[in-house]
Design a protein around this ligand. Structure first.
Ligand code: 5GP
Length: 209
């Protein structure tokens, strides 16, 4: 099987990474397919099993950990497990497509470490923690407790941004979408060298901010 590329989007919850990932999936020229993660968290209103996530019980999830079926997994929030199944990447590569991930920072960096050459790891930064809180409240999908838990985690996650190949500051969504499209397009089309060893004059000013 020919290996495709792996495009990782990681960010604190509420930074807009899911919107960016959805936008990129609509660009046919990028030839991307979404890596559907497995999770033990409860299904939200409009989510579909096998589309948004593979919803598993904690027991099923732990069983798959035991049998080493995950490329990476994480207990992102207490008792809420999330992970990428090895079969998911194989499924997408077998179709001749590139894989795009919407996963937490530890999982994202783990994939980068496992596939350093094939992976472009992008961190999406919210303008501020306050703005993040406002966005999460607007979303109305979580209770105040859960929002506070996500905001607390966000501060720690922001500190990992410099470990990523690229950072996109999501202040203006249209700009962030365009920046993401160019970045991913260049990487997929092998324009420039692999991330991190790219000389400054080839990076079009898009290196870390
Ligand atoms: P949510 O519950 O909002 O869907 O996702 C919560 C967090 O889990 C998000 O930061 C999301 O990126 C992360 N996540 C989703 N899938 C995976 C995965 O397969 N592995 C890891 N490590 N994190 C994931």
């Amino acid at each position: 099987m020919k290996k495709g590329k792996l495009i990782v989007f990681s960010a604190p919850s509420g930074s807009g990474k899911t919107t960016i990932v959805r936008h990129l999936l609509k660009q046919e020229s990028l030839n991307l397919e979404f890596s559907i993660s497995a999770t033990s968290r409860e299904q939200r209103g409009d989510e579909k099993d096998g589309v948004d996530y593979y919803f598993l019980s904690s027991k099923e999830f732990k069983n798959k950990i035991k049998h080493e079926e995950f490329l990476e997994w994480e207990e992102v929030y207490r008792d809420n497990f999330y992970g990428t199944l090895k079969t998911e990447v194989e499924r997408i590569w077998a179709k001749g497509k590139h894989v795009i991930f919407d996963i937490d920072v530890s999982g994202g960096l783990r994939i980068k470490r496992k596939f350093p050459e094939e992976t472009l790891a992008i961190f999406v930064k919210p303008p501020s923690i306050d703005e993040l809180k406002i966005r999460l409240k607007k979303r109305k999908t979580e209770s105040d407790d859960k929002i506070n838990m996500r905001v607390a985690k966000a501060s720690a996650e922001l500190a990992t941004a410099p470990l990523f190949d690229e950072i996109i500051l999501n202040e203006n969504l249209d700009d962030a979408l365009k920046e993401a499209e160019d970045m991913v397009g260049d990487f997929i089309n092998d324009k420039g060298l692999s991330p991190r060893v790219q000389p400054k004059d080839l990076s079009k000013g898009k290196k870390k901010k």
